[in-house]
Ligand binder design. Structure first.
Ligand SMILES: Cc1cc2nc3c(=O)[nH]c(=O)nc-3n(C[C@H](O)[C@H](O)[C@H](O)COP(=O)(O)OP(=O)(O)OC[C@H]3O[C@@H](n4cnc5c(N)ncnc54)[C@H](O)[C@@H]3O)c2cc1C
Length: 396
């Protein structure tokens, strides 16, 4: 969100001094380590009540599509290389429960008039090379990218008009009438306007206190497969599969021939996850690998990691003006690639006094609400995620 906000500020106010400040390295956080599905459709078509909210779906589609178009312009106009792949996403089922989820999803997509097609057993097995799947639905509007490559490439494309400060955590912000002061370990940044795009950490900056539910999800990736190993996978080429059941396993074969798997959601007290959490997730990733490619899974993974998803009790998101010359966009609620681009772009436009349909939509969306006390939320999330993981069965 922050990188796209900085890009748009630079485009609309080329004489402004723009500082993009990140506590870590750009491309090294959740946005860079995600699965790289830039999704046009509203999240989540598998939800029971998805199709009822026709207006919400159309609005979300509008913002996401604008985000994807903005990302595409970075590829085409700024030369950002990110393995851009418009092949869409496959929601694949491995169990009868998965089949039911697909049927519900297809019905919901038909009701809201969104294109999708059924993919039979032979086709999904030949696409992925895995006999694990037996049916799928393809939705065409999703773009697959290599997210870290995209973010780092975009950061480099902005250097002429954006000063980037990496490894620079803002430890305190003093909101003041003329200039806001952002303290960092190396000095103070005085800014006329501040745009906060720092996910759950926005709640530590004086706004929406205690509303963020810190949930992590985890990914693992193999090394680059050799030609023989790739032949064992037997896929037709790079692909992106999303589980039919929302607690199942997301999988990609990347452009550089690595298998990527994602599953497990868990509560992360204080927004922190630990090595033991990564180890736990990695075990589930190995089971998922064994199920999908039993002849190859002995090679294991080269990397495993987790990343923060910021959820709200009511599914709300932060967008808009938070105080005098302070603006914010945060809380991805699970998916933030297309949204991130759309929210960031719209936030910069809002800060510069522009209007747009996306700004109107986002300004009218529910904001994150304060839920139950943390300890109750933690118990609830831990129990629900464990239960849902078990219920997803072989979809994981
Ligand atoms: C394994 C995994 C797979 C995923 N797959 C997908 C997917 O395929 N598609 C999808 O749409 N979404 C996916 N997601 C979710 C996606 O990663 C997030 O929605 C997205 O990263 C949200 O972007 P963001 O800019 O809001 O927040 P973040 O990416 O979390 O960025 C927030 C930034 O704020 C910085 N920050 C925080 N506090 C401070 C401070 N005090 N000072 C300075 N900087 C600060 C952080 O360093 C960070 O870089 C996935 C997530 C994970 C973990």
């Amino acid at each position: 969100m922050g990188l796209h906000a900085a890009r748009r500020l630079g485009e609309l106010a080329p004489d402004a001094h723009i500082a993009l400040v990140d506590a870590g390295r750009i491309g090294n956080g959740a946005a860079g380590r995600c699965a790289g599905f830039a999704i046009d459709l509203a999240h989540n078509p598998r939800n029971k009540h998805f199709a009822e909210d026709h207006k919400g779906n159309e609005e979300e589609f509008h913002v996401n599509s604008e985000g994807i178009a903005y990302m595409q312009s970075a590829v085409n106009e700024l030369g950002v290389d990110c393995d851009w792949d418009p092949s869409g996403k496959y929601h694949a089922a491995a169990t009868s429960r998965g089949d039911r989820c697909l049927a519900e999803m297809s019905e919901a997509l038909a009701r809201i008039g969104k294109k999708h097609s059924w993919i039979g057993k032979n086709e999904i097995q030949s696409l992925t090379g895995s006999r694990h799947y037996h049916a799928a639905i393809h939705t065409p509007g999703t773009i697959l990218i290599q997210p870290a490559k995209y973010l780092v490439g975009l950061m480099h494309a902005l250097v002429d008009y954006v000063d980037v400060y990496e490894k620079t955590p803002v430890t305190n912000i003093d909101y003041a009438p003329k200039f806001h002061s952002c303290e960092t370990p190396g000095g103070v940044i005085r800014a006329r306007q501040v745009l906060l795009c720092n996910a759950a950490y926005l709640t530590k900056c004086g706004f929406f206190k205690n509303t963020a539910i810190p949930v992590y999800t985890y990914g693992s990736m193999t090394r680059e497969l050799t030609r023989d190993e790739l032949a064992q996978v037997g896929a037709r080429g790079p692909f992106g599969v999303i589980p039919a059941e929302s607690f199942g396993t997301t999988m990609r074969l990347t452009n550089d021939n690595r298998l990527f798997l994602r599953n497990v959601y868990s509560y992360a007290r204080g927004f922190q996850s630990h090595q033991s959490d990564v180890d736990y997730a990695r075990k589930h990733h190995q089971i998922a690998f064994d199920r999908r490619y039993p002849n190859l899974s002995h090679i294991g993974y080269e990397h495993s990691w987790g990343g923060l998803l910021t959820m709200a009790h009511n599914g709300g998101m932060v967008f808009g003006q938070l105080a005098d010359r302070v603006f914010g966009a945060a809380f991805c609620n699970g998916t933030g690639v297309a949204r991130g681009a759309g929210f960031g772009k719209a936030l910069a436009e809002l800060a510069l006094g522009r209007t747009s349909r996306s700004i109107d939509i986002l300004n009218n969306r529910p904001k994150p609400n304060r839920g139950l006390p943390d300890w109750i939320t933690e118990i609830g999330v831990r129990m629900t995620t464990k239960y849902r993981l078990i219920k997803a069965g072989k979809e994981t």
